[in-house]
Design a protein around this ligand. Sequence first.
Ligand code: THU
Length: 134
Amino acid sequence: MTREELKAAAVAMLDRAYVPYSHFPVGAALECADGTVFTGCNIENAAYSPTICAERCAVAKAVSEGHRDFVRIAIAGTGPDFCVPCGVCRQVLSEFAPNLEVICLSGDGRELATTLSALLPHGFGPGNLEHAQS
Ligand code: THU
């Protein structure tokens, strides 16, 4: 999938977002090393805290289908600002792909191209557990 196609896949997911509380739809398209793409949207809940972000929706779909080798994600919003991933999503993405390429889109089609390592410097990852006490 081309970069533009990945961005379009994220934008297309905006229509699937379930956002009766925030009215802030987010779409995501997560690309794996073998080219497989998993999409996601945010799914809100009346109890608020069970809400799942679009990025974590895509990660859950991918990992549950046996894919963990992520190379790139596009994240789409509808507002004037770039739709950057929240802290929780940065952490979850980092578990599998600390060097992920991240494309954040604004509602008017502008993009911020960055990396997860730039968004989450000095992140806590699997390696930090290697010296746990027994
Ligand atoms: N949201 C995402 O889907 N991804 C993010 O990284 C930021 C926030 C969603 C959660 C909630 O449904 C809405 O945006 C407002 O916070």
